[in-house]
Design a protein around this ligand. Sequence first.
Ligand code: SF4
Length: 242
Amino acid sequence: MVEQDFDYIGIMETEADTIRKRLKKSKEPSNVLEVVKASLTRMGAFFDTVCKDYDIVLPCKEACPYCCYVRVEVSPPEVFYISNYIHRHFSEKEMSSLLKRIRNSAARARGLTSKQYARARIPCPLLADNKCSIYPARPGTCRILHSRDVDVCKKAYEDAENAEYDPIQNEGLRMGSVAFLVGLKMAFERAKLDSGSYELSQALAVTLTNPKAYTAWLKGKKMFTALPAEEYGEWRRAGWPS
Ligand code: SF4
């Protein structure tokens, strides 16, 4: 298999600059959500183009839950984008059951490192019938994590202690996608908005229950509980700043 070598710094800076220009025009709540959507779409387009150009066929699909038991790190702009999607697509009954799952996951996840989280086998609260219930709005981390061999994912799911996803990922795809996500985070940081990394269920427990959270974040406040001071996930492992 041919591995690619892209200009990752260039992707990251271009993405950060594209978002910076959009944010400079307006930091209106609806514009910010559009900015996030456009960035995730560009990441997806990069992913699809690389797969097409290099004949990479991945077994990953919407209803494959093996990697939905790892800790998902998410930035504030992404979590507000996901919350908005949930508010628009979930019924009252679905929301109430989702909130129960989120509170349960958030309580179990509190203070856990990513390894401890994987060992605890905490399912993502957004999984419903083994399917991602917010697939079009899923965070960047879930878009980045991919596999060339579903059997390895299955083994990692069954044996979380020894789970190792890196060998089954395509390095060019992974690093390029991470560059988009880091560009997004950099742009929000430069706009003086918190763009740190937070655990998904704990962040959603805030955004879905505090109607003032979005405007408070847009005013520059930090709204989420920091991750344990250990390794930051995907981009730190890939050599990027967190
Ligand atoms: S957000 Fe969706 S894709 Fe990501 S871990 Fe949760 S269920 Fe899986």
